[in-house]
Design a protein around this ligand. Sequence first.
Ligand SMILES: N[C@@H](CCC(=O)N[C@@H](CS)C(=O)NCC(=O)O)C(=O)O
Length: 264
Amino acid sequence: MELLTIPFSHYNERARWAMAHHRVVAHERRYLPMLHRAAVARVVPKAQRLADRTGSGLSTPVLVLDDGTVINDSTKIVRWVDATYGTPETTLYPAAGRESIVALEERFHDDIGRDTRFLAYWFILRDGPAFAELVRHNVARWQRAVFALGAPMAKAAMRRGFALTQPNYEKVRARLEAAVQALSATLGDRDYFVGERFTAADLTAAAMLSIMVLPVPGYGASIPDLRGPYGEFRDQLRATALGKHALRMFERHRGVAPAGWTRA
Ligand SMILES: N[C@@H](CCC(=O)N[C@@H](CS)C(=O)NCC(=O)O)C(=O)O
């Protein structure tokens, strides 16, 4: 099977992590933002291109099964992988906690994920060397060449697409800080969000926060050292209960890509 990704995106990390958890192997086809659109349009049928609260109809990740079935949403991918490969011991949705897990997952995906993505783009687009490094280490040479030509246009499109303005930055940062505080209080000093084991709620919380607490062990893309305002905000979040939970989940449960995982 194939997984189409924007490699450094946390929605993609979420799908990769669920696959690694169940030792499911794929060929990962990695694209830079904007270049992903043509690749996704080639495999996702028109009727299946549905925008949601966070992504366009051409968003990544997209999982293409060997029989041609296309699953183009990280939540659906996590559920499909778990239903297909999970056992009562390994499932990310143990029956006893399922309802709470699904509710938490939705909140992490819709709210935390949207805001951490905004902030990651906000910070990285203001740090030329870090952005160049992100591009250099994560995709094939032809994409780097195309991107070098179109970089100013692509950056402008991302600024427009995510409405990266100063007032929005202030609003999103305050909203994320409040959400992190509330979720830290919900978690308290427990290791996991639901019950005594690792579930899809923990995986999604950690994946959605990951790009704001990097580096974390096992992340499926190469991320530059975060300096300046990005690094300062990262340090602030790593000190919260939610930030510590994310680091703990990556340390304990992320592992490396299963043998046989390939990338282009
Ligand atoms: N609800 C989708 C959202 C995914 C999403 O927003 N993906 C971003 C990664 S940064 C993306 O591909 N954005 C580009 C686009 O929407 O065209 C999911 O969970 O898979």
